[in-house]
Every structure is written in C-alpha cells, then in structure tokens.
Design a protein around this ligand. Structure first.
Ligand code: NAP
Ligand code: ZN
Length: 352
C-alpha cells in the first residue's frame, strides 16, 4: 500500500479539500496509472452531496472522479495489454464478477456485483473505492482502456463517462442516419450526445434552458436549437421525433419531451435527477411511444467509442481547471454554467 495525494469531501455539506488516500501496490493483473486529467461529471456532484442517498448512499470521505486519463507507470507481472509509458483511460467501473450473464455479454455496466470507480466497496483495501481526483490509481487491466494517441488528453477524459453514456444508447437504438434526434440539456453529456448524433448522420435538435448556449449548440453540430422553457416552440415539434436523449440533471417535465416523439419513438433517460419524474401514461399510450434508461456502457463498447473518437477526431469541449478550483466548478455546474465539461489538470495537485 502507498499514499497518494487526492481531493476528498468529508461530508455532504463540506467542500472538497486536499488529502492523502491509500492505494494498493499493483498486483499481477493491475495497471498503475499517473492521472493527467480527470473530468467533472454531474454524478460526482450528486454523490459528493449525497443526492442519491436512497439508491447509493455516499460513504465519507468521498474522492470522486470517473473520467480518468493518464500514463501507465507500473504493470503487474501478468499484464499483457499495457506497458509503462502507455496512455490509459479509466471510466466508471473498476471491476465486476466476470461470470454473470451480463458480464458474459460484455455488459459489465449491468453486473449486479460491479465495483464502481468511487464509493463502492473496495475488495482489496476494505472501505470504499476512491476515484480520479487523485495523482494515481491502480486498476485491473480488464477495466483499463486504450487511448487514441491523436487526441487532446484534457478532452479525452470526459469520453470515459459522458462519451460512452451518450454513445451507447444511440448505437443501441439503431441506425440514426436521417432520423430526427433530440438532445435535452446541453451540459457534459448533452454536448457529447450532439457530437455523436451528428457523426451518426442524424438531424439533430438541441433542447436547452440556456439561450446563451444557442450558438455553441449549432457549432457543436445541432441543426436546430429550441429554448425548452418556451412551451409554444415545443408544441410546434409535437409528434415529430424518432429518438430523444434526455441528459437533464434536475427535475423537469418529461411529458413535454414524450409528446414530441412520433409513432414508436423512444426517449432514453441518461440524466439521473434526485427526485422521481412524473410520467403521463397517456403521453406514452398515444403514439405507442417508449421510455427507457441507459447507464454508461460495457468495457468493449467503451473501447469501440474511444476508437471511433480517434477516427473521427472527437473529444469533449473542455474548460481545464486546476484542482484548487473544483468547488467553484461544482457551483457553476449547478447553475448549468459549464462549457461543456470541466477537466481537472492533475499536475495542479502537486502544487502546494
Ligand atoms: P451537466 O453538465 O450539469 O449538464 C446537465 C444539463 O442539464 C445542464 O447543463 C442544463 O442544460 C440541463 N439542466 C440543468 N438543470 C435543468 C432544469 N432544471 N431543467 C432543464 N434542464 C436543466 O451534467 P452531466 O454531467 O451532463 O450529467 C447529466 C445527468 O446525467 C446527471 O444527472 C448525471 O448524474 C447523469 N449521468 C448519468 C450517467 C448514466 O450512465 N446514465 C452517466 C453520467 C451522468 P441547459 O443549460 O442546456 O438547459
Ligand atoms: Zn459520470
């Protein structure tokens, strides 16, 4: 075991602050990674503030961060995929049981015995796992991703969660070429959803509560932008969408979006608001529409997404911050003031 510098929260109401955490030495199947950048996902904030207490109560101290990119420093004797000096990525998962039907189908994100990158029981050291707001991490090589060498690393980090979470449901829905696809909420997930929908050949419409994001939405690849607080504007699109990806992090009227779906249209929730959403049965019945959920993606699909990003030169649009600004970044996230992902430069952790 060794000590690593990190940022942690001591309670749901305390700011993140500098600390030291234990990390295991790399065992034979492990890869030790020096973390270069870590994205800030809204799930970090939900967890730090214990907003998901009924589903996944937070254990403190909590070290968040599951959008990790870095360089391999050490590998265990049985590791075959990586060597010291390689680039490496780690997302939301660091282990699973490898034997359940979901794992056998490459759907580790649905494994009932998965280990999340933070706030999950740690099989090696006891306590809970600690995430990427840290100088290093040690992970089983089966959960470490290869990173295309041509991409900007600060913008790669968010692909490990925001990227796969939007890529996976769009791929699963089918061929989006020529389809009318909506993306609700233009934050970290939403802006990646726009980039992927565009790359898949869809006609892309962004729903945003922030009029100031309109120009950016068009630049990111949207064909149209709708200010979602304007009910009349939404009404004009009633019954016209094939697919909508809902990335909204807070309470909202889901029926307004369901009503915009056409026959057999689907809305997939990836946003995880603290409180349940009220769904109108009639909004679903008329039009034979469906409502689904989706959570990140499996390891093989995450690698497929990273390779796709390498080929198409896709990264997140990031505002790079030093770790010392993390609490300020959280306050801005709550106000939807993010363009479009904060990416922490972990070199700042070395500064006094
Ligand atoms: P984010 O960067 O904060 O973006 C969320 C966006 O939602 C905001 O930028 C804002 O966009 C919109 N929004 C916020 N409050 C709203 C409100 N009251 N009404 C309508 N729109 C509102 O968050 P994120 O990191 O993209 O995460 C989004 C959600 O997905 C979070 O709940 C997160 O926990 C969840 N998540 C789920 C998965 C999964 O696997 N399913 C993975 C990662 C994250 P506009 O300014 O454009 O309105
Ligand atoms: Zn995330």
């Amino acid at each position: 075991m060794y000590k690593a510098k990190a940022y942690s929260a001591a309670s749901a109401t305390s700011p993140l602050a500098s600390t030291q955490i234990p990390r295991r030495e790399a065992t034979e199947h492990d890869v030790q990674i020096e973390i270069l950048f870590c994205g800030i996902c809204h799930s970090d904030l939900h967890t730090v503030r214990n907003e998901w207490s009924s589903i996944m109560p937070t254990v403190y101290p909590c070290v968040p961060g599951h959008e990790i990119v870095g360089r391999v420093t050490t590998v265990g004797s049985a590791v075959t995929k990586f060597k010291p000096g390689d680039l490496a990525g780690v997302g939301c998962l660091v282990d699973s049981d490898h034997t359940c039907p979901n794992c056998r189908d490459g759907l580790e994100q649905l494994c009932p015995n998965q280990t999340l990158t933070f706030n999950s029981p740690d099989k090696h050291l006891g306590g809970v796992t600690y995430g990427g707001y840290s100088e290093s991490i040690v992970v089983d090589e089966r959960f470490v991703l290869r990173v295309p060498a041509n991409l900007d690393l600060a913008g790669v980090a968010p692909l490990l969660c925001a990227g796969i979470t939007t890529y996976s449901p769009m791929r699963r829905w089918g061929n989006l070429t020529g389809k009318k696809v909506g993306v609700a909420g233009l934050g970290g997930l939403g802006h990646m959803g726009v980039k992927f929908a565009r790359a898949f050949g869809a006609y892309v419409v962004v729903f945003t509560t922030s009029p100031g994001k309109k120009e950016d939405a068009l630049r990111l690849g949207a064909d149209e932008v709708i200010i979602s607080r304007n009910a009349e504007e939404l009404q004009q699109h009633a019954g016209t969408f094939d697919f909508i990806l809902d990335t909204i992090a807070a309470d909202h009227d889901i029926n307004a979006y369901i009503n915009m779906l056409g026959r057999d249209g689907n809305i997939t929730l990836v946003g995880a608001p603290e409180k349940p959403l009220a769904v109108s049965a009639f909004a679903l019945l008329f039009g034979r529409r469906s409502l689904s959920g989706s959570i990140i993606g499996g390891i093989a699909e995450t690698q497929e997404m990273l390779d796709f990003c390498g080929e198409h030169n896709i990264t997140a649009d990031v505002e790079v911050i030093p770790i010392q600004k993390v609490n300020e970044a959280y306050e801005r996230l709550v106000k939807s003031d993010v363009k479009y992902r904060f990416s922490i430069d972990m070199a700042s952790l070395k500064a006094k």
